[in-house]
Write a protein that binds this ligand. Structure first.
Ligand SMILES: *Cc1c(COP(=O)(O)O)cnc(C)c1O
Length: 378
């Protein structure tokens, strides 16, 4: 992680707002994932941050990728398949899963030549896949409890486990092969029991499917692994220690186990440096306007239900302050209660652990371009 003086030096060199991605941290996070869940192949959820340089570092570390749109698919595909032949793999399932249960007909037709592995959770999708992507392999997404996740997803995706075998049979009748099951417990999940319950639910489906003549070969345990945003977050090591024996007990080898970590791999790898461009006094506290905000790198405040803390380079007694982004919208509020020293115009502030669902969901709203990206230790 870059030190304060490195942050300052990079900001002086490149200007602000600056989104600094530390590839040493990405490699460390990936290594930690593998150390605690050695049997699980990590398919990095590209939506957390689709920068091709990040894809490159994770690929070199041994990761595979979870994509959810054709542009995301192409980011990974173009990276991996432009490698020299001895470095790349031709079997795309080892490197890419298309984990969006809903795909347009056009997307399916575009995917079909690659013989992709795709998820589904309903009958309409089976008909679409059979027609437009008959060469795809399938993973059935199961609806699992999302209790306590920062981002809830169970109301949007997933088939009820009671319906699972009928959906496997329907795919089979349509000439498709269901390779396994997938689930996603929701993002930033600190309730480990969500994973345990999901594993048990899937073990039940595996057994029922087998009794009906369908042998499933893989289980995708999804993402949701929490990033250590603050001290209270369940450490990954603890979560892994709880689910590792459950996986081995319920899904013995040679069953293949996949996961789709996004946030866990990338959140702590990036730091944003921004500049104070305006200052006022309102509601009894100093208000600072900085040159990055909710429509840009801090978009996770809205889309990801995440809060980010700001720190200053300047020292001094701290007081509760408000911090706003540069646009004219009131939504562009980063915080109404940050503890900051008295800042001056031109001062820099920074926010750590902002790698996931930040730069990725930012657009060039109001004519302010997004932060320039600099990769260090790449
Ligand atoms: C978003 C998403 C992920 C990644 O979630 P994280 O919480 O960032 O790990 C994984 N799988 C699916 C299906 C997703 O939608």
């Amino acid at each position: 992680m870059p030190t304060k003086s490195q942050l300052k030096q990079l900001a002086d060199q490149h200007g602000t707002p600056l989104f600094i991605v530390d590839h040493d941290v990405i490699r460390r996070n990936y290594a930690e994932f593998k150390r605690h869940l050695p049997r699980v192949q990590a398919y990095y959820a590209v939506k957390a941050n689709p920068d091709p340089a990040i894809v490159g570092t994770l690929y070199a570390a041994g990761a595979s990728f979870d994509v959810a749109s054709m542009p995301e698919f192409m980011i990974v595909y173009e990276y991996v398949w432009q490698l020299p032949e001895k470095e790349r793999q031709d079997w795309i399932w080892d490197k890419i899963i298309y984990a969006n249960p809903i795909k347009s007909n056009e997307t399916l037709a575009d995917l079909d030549p690659y013989k992709p592995l795709v998820t589904y959770d309903n009958y309409e999708e089976i008909r679409k896949i059979a027609r437009h992507a008959p060469h795809a392999g399938l993973a059935l997404r199961i609806r699992v409890p999302n209790t306590g996740a920062m981002v809830e997803l169970s109301s949007k995706f997933g088939a009820h486990s009671g319906e699972a075998v009928a959906l496997i049979e329907a795919a089979h009748d349509a000439g498709l092969v269901v390779e396994g099951l997938s689930f996603h417990v929701g993002s930033q999940t600190t309730n480990v029991e969500n994973y345990v319950q999901a594993l048990q639910l899937c073990a039940g489906v595996f057994a029922e499917a087998k009794s009906r003549g369908f042998t499933l070969k893989l289980l995708d345990i999804g993402g949701g692994f929490p990033a250590p945003y603050h001290d209270g977050v369940t450490p990954f090591r603890k979560l892994a220690a709880r689910i590792r024996p459950e996986i081995d007990r319920l899904f013995p080898r040679p069953l293949e186990i996949l996961a789709e970590p996004g946030r866990f791999l990338i959140a702590t790898a990036a730091t944003l440096v921004a500049e104070v461009i305006g200052k006022a006094h309102r509601d009894g506290k100093p208000c600072y306007y900085i040159n990055d905000g909710v429509y840009h790198t801090f978009s996770g405040i809205v889309f990801d239900h995440c809060c980010y803390h700001l720190e200053a380079f300047r020292r001094g007694p701290r007081q509760i302050s408000a911090v706003f982004g540069p646009t004219c919208d009131a939504l562009d509020t980063i915080s109404l209660a940050e503890e900051l020293p008295e800042l001056r115009l031109g001062d820099l502030v920074y926010s750590r652990n902002i790698g996931a669902y930040s730069h990725a969901s930012a657009t060039s709203f109001n004519g302010f371009p997004p932060a320039k990206v600099v990769h260090i230790n790449q």
